[in-house]
Design a protein around this ligand. Structure first.
Ligand SMILES: CC(=O)N[C@H](C=O)[C@@H](O)[C@H](O)[C@H](O)COP(=O)(O)O
Length: 240
C-alpha cells in the first residue's frame, strides 16, 4: 500500500500500543503478538509496537499496519525512542510500515539534528512513513515544517520542559490539528472513552491507546487505588 493510503487507513481509528519492557510481566513477543491479535479483533486500525522482535512477531500473526519504534538508551542523551539510524533500520527491516522517531529538541546520541536524521531516513528508506514523536507545540510545528508524515503527541509530559500532567494533552492535539498541515495522532495517558472522543473533537487523525488496554498491572492499580480510597473513606466515616 502506498504511504497516503496507509495514513488514510488510520483516520478516525484507534491505534493500540502493545508494548511491554523487559521488567514487565507481559514481556515477550508471543504475548505482545497475542495482544496485537486481540486489538485487531477489537477493531483497532493499527498497532504501535516496540523492538524489532515484537514487530516481527506481530507482523506474522496480525494483518494491521504497524507503527514501529525501538526504545534504546544511550549514555550521552535522553532521547530513547528510535534514537539513531541503527534502530530506524532495524524497525523497518522487521516489517513496520511506520517508524516513530523522537523529534523533540533534546540532544540526540549521534549528535544529529532531527532535520538531518529525517534527511537520512528519506534517502535510505524512501517508503517509510515517519511519525514524529513530539512534546510541545513548537516541536510539532517544526516537525510539520520539515514535512514529516505524521506528528504524535507521545512525548508531552516526558521531556522536562513540556506540560506535566496525569491527563492527556488534548490542548496540544487541538493546537497542532488546527494547523491542518499534517495528521496528528493523540497519544499519551488516554485512559477513557471520553478522553478518546475528546481527542477526535480536537481534530486528531487517530488516537493511540497503550497502557489503558495493554498494561494489566496498571489497569489493576487503578481499580485497587480507587478501592483503597473508598475503604479509607469508609473507615473514617465509621470511626466518627
Ligand atoms: C513516553 C513513552 O515512552 N511512550 C511510549 C511510546 O511508545 C509508550 O511507553 C506508551 O505506552 C505509548 O506512548 C502509549 O501511551 P499510553 O501508554 O500512555 O497510552
Amino acid at each position: 500500500m502506498m504511504k497516503d493510503a496507509l495514513i488514510e487507513k488510520l483516520r478516525n481509528g484507534c491505534v493500540v500500543s502493545c508494548q511491554a519492557l523487559e521488567d514487565e510481566p507481559l514481556f515477550g513477543s508471543d504475548i505482545m503478538s497475542a495482544m496485537a491479535v486481540a486489538a485487531e479483533e477489537g477493531g483497532a486500525v493499527a498497532i504501535r509496537a516496540n523492538t524489532p522482535q515484537d514487530i516481527e512477531a506481530i507482523k506474522k500473526r496480525c494483518s494491521l499496519p504497524v507503527i514501529g519504534l525501538y526504545k534504546q538508551t544511550y549514555p550521552n542523551s535522553d532521547v530513547y525512542i528510535t534514537p539513531t539510524m541503527k534502530e530506524i533500520g532495524a524497525v523497518l527491516s522487521a516489517g513496520a510500515e511506520f517508524v516513530a522517531v523522537d523529534a523533540t529538541n533534546q540532544a540526540r546520541p549521534d549528535g544529529l539534528q532531527f532535520r538531518q536524521l529525517l534527511e537520512r531516513i528519506r534517502y535510505m528508506h524512501p517508503k517509510a512513513i515517519v511519525v514524529a514523536d513530539i512534546s510541545t507545540y513548537e516541536e510539532g510545528v517544526k516537525a510539520m515544517e520539515m514535512n514529516v508524515d505524521i506528528v504524535s503527541t507521545t512525548m508531552s509530559g516526558y521531556t522536562p520542559y513540556s506540560r506535566q500532567s496525569k491527563d492527556p494533552d488534548i490542548g496540544l492535539v487541538q493546537r497542532l490539528a488546527a494547523l491542518k498541515k499534517t495528521p496528528v495522532l493523540a497519544e499519551g495517558r488516554i485512559w477513557t472513552v471520553d478522553e478518546c472522543l475528546q481527542c477526535f473533537e480536537a481534530g486528531a487523525h487517530a488516537v493511540v491507546v497503550g497502557t489503558a488496554i495493554t498494561r494489566p498491572q496498571e489497569i489493576t492499580k487503578r481499580f485497587v487505588k480507587a478501592i483503597h480510597r473508598r475503604n479509607e473513606h469508609a473507615s473514617n466515616y465509621s470511626a466518627k
